[in-house]
Design a protein around this ligand. Structure first.
Ligand SMILES: [Zn+2]
Ligand SMILES: [Zn+2]
Length: 426
């Protein structure tokens, strides 16, 4: 009850739940339960934990109020929504289900679609511009409509169809629709880059997700780790100790060692074992795009000069739509590639960058190794070396240390120091 009144978030409520605390215990004076107190203090995260653990939502206090009577209807639906999400998670993580069933079904559908598209494009390459435009708008509306009902992380078909789109539509346009304006050697180079990029994509799709197994015996292990080893850095979802590079991915709902970020395009975490392939995929994708957009623009401009606007639209309808789509794609690919390379050259991960923008940087008295790249920018030589080491030797993260305990202890001291500074300044 004290925890739900005065601590916000999962902890230590989750620990008490794991300890089999009696959740419906009532206060002698007011008749409030822990859930009443959490709601009254607007500790919604704590309330969700309690409800998921089986606390009685209908129990009334001495004034006859249920816990939900203590909050407005907006907060009530917020809590119920979170409870529903948490329940789905506990019945198996979304990613596990995706990889085994949904993802493969979607992969299969996308491949069939791609083959059909390729056949259609080869047989009757030219369709009316307006038919294509209506088709594109219809597909966009369809995606937005389904997007409302499907969680973003279940939209795995989007990236796969996108890869098919780039592979089939873009390559078909280059091969069939450029009126011989582009030299064959450039075509060959483009096709090669695409093939390499697509291979990296498939390797990423089937790479090991890198999730660490959850504790099968959480309770005694927690006691042992805290009492004997003094570990304070702990994941209270997986019930395992954390080391400085591991992070609990909210999408995969697992702890991942050497975490960089969760990528919705490959539907997996990017982490120490697939970071190199991911970076190479970004790079080749970027190379394809920065060649494709100017080449297409060149063909369109030449056609405009030669045969005027109306004839160009009639002749190169698909190409004009593709040019519009590819400009956005090229910007996106450029931004991702540059961000990734810039971070690698400074030897920081995406999660560290995100944490840095959400936490206040420590003052000189509490400099920690993690924040150093920003305080003293590495030299150009070091930056090149960092990129080199990853691309050539796959050396970015140090090999994981088996000795979790020492690692966890140093990380917990660091966490505390950052926390203290942020409260002081903020
Ligand atoms: Zn975890
Ligand atoms: Zn993930």
């Amino acid at each position: 009850m004290i925890a739900s009144k005065s601590s916000f978030g999962l902890f230590p409520i989750r620990i008490f739940v794991k300890f089999n605390a009696f959740l419906d215990f009532t206060d002698d004076e007011t008749g409030d339960t822990a859930l009443h107190l959490a709601m009254a203090r607007q500790n919604f995260r704590g309330a969700v934990e309690l409800i998921c653990a089986g606390a009685d939502e209908t129990k009334t206090n001495k004034k006859g109020e249920t816990p939900y009577d203590l909050v407005d209807s907006k907060s009530e639906s917020l809590v119920q929504n979170d409870v529903a999400t948490q329940m789905v998670r506990e019945n198996g993580t979304v990613c596990e289900k995706m990889t085994s069933r949904w993802f493969l079904i979607q992969l299969f559908t996308a491949t069939i679609t791609a083959i059909a598209m390729a056949a259609g494009l080869t047989v009757l390459y030219f369709t009316n511009f307006w038919v294509l435009l209506v088709g594109t708008v219809f597909c966009t509306i369809l995606v937005i409509y389904f997007g409302q009902y499907v969680r973003v992380d279940q939209m795995a078909m989007l990236p796969v169809t996108y890869i098919c789109y780039v592979g089939v539509v873009e390559l078909a346009i280059l091969i069939y629709d450029t009126d011989g304006l582009i030299h064959w050697s450039i075509m060959l180079l483009m096709c090669t880059i695409w093939a390499i990029s697509a291979s990296f994509y498939w390797i990423l799709i089937f790479s090991n997700p890198g999730a660490k197994p959850r504790s099968t015996n959480p309770f005694p292990e927690l006691i042992e780790n805290v009492e004997t080893h003094g570990i304070a850095s702990y994941c209270f979802t997986c019930w395992i100790p954390k080391n400085p590079t591991s992070h609990h991915c909210s999408q995969c709902d697992k702890c991942v060692d050497g975490f960089d970020h969760h990528c919705p395009w490959i539907h997996k975490c990017v982490y120490r074992k697939n970071l190199r392939i991911f970076v190479l995929f970004c790079l080749t994708n970027f190379m394809f795009d920065v060649m494709y957009v100017p080449l297409l623009a060149y063909v369109v401009v030449m056609s405009l000069q030669r045969s005027g606007f109306e004839q160009t639209v009639a002749d190169h309808g698909i190409m004009i739509i593709s040019l519009g789509v590819s400009v956005f794609h090229a910007f996106g690919a450029t931004a991702i590639t540059f961000t990734q390379f810039s971070q690698i050259s400074r030897h920081v991960t995406t999660i560290q960058t995100i944490k840095r923008t959400t936490t206040t940087a420590p003052t000189t008295t509490t400099v920690s190794a993690d924040f150093e790249p920003w305080n003293h920018g590495p030299s150009m030589m070091t930056r090149v070396q960092n990129v080199w080491n990853l691309l050539l030797f796959d050396r970015f993260f140090a090999e994981p240390d088996d000795d979790y305990w020492t690692l966890s202890m140093t990380s917990s001291t660091r966490d505390q120091s950052t926390e203290v500074t942020s409260t002081k300044t903020g």
